[in-house]
Design a protein around this ligand. Sequence first.
Ligand SMILES: Cc1cc2nc3c(=O)[nH]c(=O)nc-3n(C[C@H](O)[C@H](O)[C@H](O)COP(=O)(O)OP(=O)(O)OC[C@H]3O[C@@H](n4cnc5c(N)ncnc54)[C@H](O)[C@@H]3O)c2cc1C
Length: 414
Amino acid sequence: MSSRIYDLVIVGGGAAGLMAAALAAETDSRVILLEKNEQCGRKLLLTGKGRCNITNGRSWEDFKNHIHPDSGFFRPSFMAFSNKDTVEFFNKIGLGTVEERGSRIYPASGKSSDVRDALESRIKSSSNVEVLYRSEVISVEVLQNGVFRLDVLSLAGKMSMTVLAAKSVIIATGGLSYPATGSTGDGYSFAQRLGHTVVPTRPSLTALIPFNYNFSLSGLILRNVSLSLIVDGGVVQEEFGEVAFTKGGIEGPLGFRVSRRAVDALDEGKKVEVEIDCKPAVPEQELKCRIEREYVHGLRLSRFIEHFLPLQAVKPFMDAHPSLTVSSLPVRLKHWRIPIKTYVDYRRAVVTAGGVDLREISRKNMESKIVPGLYFAGEVVDLDADTGGYNLQIAFSTAASAVRSALSDYADRN
Ligand SMILES: Cc1cc2nc3c(=O)[nH]c(=O)nc-3n(C[C@H](O)[C@H](O)[C@H](O)COP(=O)(O)OP(=O)(O)OC[C@H]3O[C@@H](n4cnc5c(N)ncnc54)[C@H](O)[C@@H]3O)c2cc1C
């Protein structure tokens, strides 16, 4: 084992690991960040379509409704390092920010690479935090004296194994989604080997694939519609906004918002449908009167429907309702039901639901209740959120909680 004992080893240089290391750079502690890729933050670069929606400016009262499965667990981390603290921190390290529609906050430059680079510059400006790239942690063990032993496979240059010793460890290895970015679920096995339970993982914020999906819908965006998720015949969730049809299936803000529950219901073998109300602002009776008033006898129904739907949607809408008539049109426009067959897997799911069981982690400081000195931050824990900057805030807040406790608590524990 290396003779150097680090105060803290951070495993994974994604959003959470980079934030933990950047905050550690404000201390004198000996810290090392290990990232298995040749660069940090590969997923961070993809976020917000390359613009990185860093956080959301809403108050906790609103913010908490977007956190799953237990916003109460997340509350202390958020209070200790909130969305406002995130913005202040980035501004302090030289990254300007802007707030846009839906209180979404982005870097002013519009470039996710600037977020990653700002964090890395802060880390590299310190003399106490080292960063090792192409360094994959293979195992994390705790020795009898409470010190951690980490086996690290170095892929930089000649392949070699190194053993590191640390007083504390933060596991920030992410989830399973977009595995090509390095998030391959390694943290779950480290946690399990150290005695933790992992709540079964599944993709979330992912596209729903209808039965006999009509690919001609791909590219269509329906705005100002409402979308209901129907499980075994009953409405379980209703959302208003924008639905996007892509090559993958039904997504966009509304599709993603219902995907968490839809995935669980599909996994449980339940019947899942979504229902689109194309005219949510107009009651059905009023729509019926309007259609009766405006329909000119002899006009092809497909031409008439162009008044109510974008052109691209007309044929798939007609295909979905083979016996459509003028009199059934209002009810069909208000209740366009699409049976869902399955969902897109981790390769294109934005986040992973499930993860290290919250009951075994202290909500106060993200420390394991099983192994003192072991911390978790980011998507590896059983926390996930809706789109809108909430997931990165989970990563930043939990990282801040963990690092502050890890670097102040060791003296108290020994
Ligand atoms: C396409 C896309 C767009 C998104 N857009 C947004 C957005 O705009 N706003 C938002 O809030 N959220 C967004 N998210 C979600 C957000 O990116 C994640 O929730 C967040 O990155 C999780 O951070 P993390 O640090 O926990 O994990 P990750 O960012 O996944 O980082 C984990 C890191 O650990 C490294 N690692 C893994 N195992 C090991 C090991 N054994 N040894 C060493 N290193 C290891 C990985 O290589 C990786 O770099 C988006 C996600 C995707 C996929």
